[in-house]
Design a protein around this ligand. Sequence first.
Ligand SMILES: Nc1ncnc2c1ncn2[C@@H]1O[C@H](COP(=O)(O)OP(=O)(O)OP(=O)(O)O)[C@@H](O)[C@H]1O
Ligand SMILES: [Mg+2]
Length: 274
Amino acid sequence: MITLRETNIAYHSETVSLPQNVFARDLSFTVPRGEFLGLCGGNGAGKSTLLKLIANLLPSYQGTITIDGLDLNQPENARKIRRKIGYLFQNPDNQIITTTVEDEIVFGLENYGFSVAEIDSRLNEALILADLTYKRKDDPTALSDGEKQKLLFAAILAMDPDILLLDEPTSMLDLLSAKRFLCLLPALRERRKTILLVTHRMEELMGCDRIAYLEKGEITLFKSPADFFRSISPEKVEITPWIQYLMRRFHPEGRDSGVPLGTPEEVYERYDRL
Ligand SMILES: Nc1ncnc2c1ncn2[C@@H]1O[C@H](COP(=O)(O)OP(=O)(O)OP(=O)(O)O)[C@@H](O)[C@H]1O
Ligand SMILES: [Mg+2]
């Protein structure tokens, strides 16, 4: 379970004066164990910042954050919390730390003292999952961006963490790989993993329990995808034909009541005028 109470985040910037540099104020919410929470919002809304905060990677914040009851602010909890969390960075280049594909997967496992046999079995499974068995001896920095993303995700799964913080995990994947990735999430949810998924692809949110919309460091929580697509204003999400379908599908005055929300062209035109 992840709990934030009255949390303020401030970025220190030489060009911004003090009161404005508080980026998020009074964030308070709980993500219970086993919840699949979708996070969306425009560029700069604070999605990555929120994940970094929960992953204990931001130097300072105000308020209280607990992970399974462990206070993030207490240095003695750091190792325990790190073991619980698997965090996939938005930019995979920032996350690669070793010199072979194999080592990238093995690194975390060795740190946590798994047996040689267990490491071997998890390594092989992860290589298959990432489709990288034939590149196991290669330099991970030489992989394509999508391959890097798959490798790092597989390396996280090999660790079997309780909490998965996934920052745009499909942004560089081809559509088939993205679908394969999405198919894994329900299985993880069945195993009571807590998942926070940041995405700009609205269709990926359909399987979530709740959806959080971020804007200027403020968070709005919707109790289901239906609630989100019913309530969110069209200016706040990118209106692709697929989203239009979802909005029609869930809008109280949408398809079922016979009130059209417009053709895709009309919706795009409205979008262009914003
Ligand atoms: N290290 C930093 N120092 C100062 N400001 C920062 C820092 N990191 C992020 N910010 C600012 O915080 C805001 C939120 O950034 P963040 O990366 O969390 O957005 P995001 O919602 O993930 O956006 P995107 O969709 O582009 O990934 C931005 O305005 C950004 O400029
Ligand atoms: Mg981001």
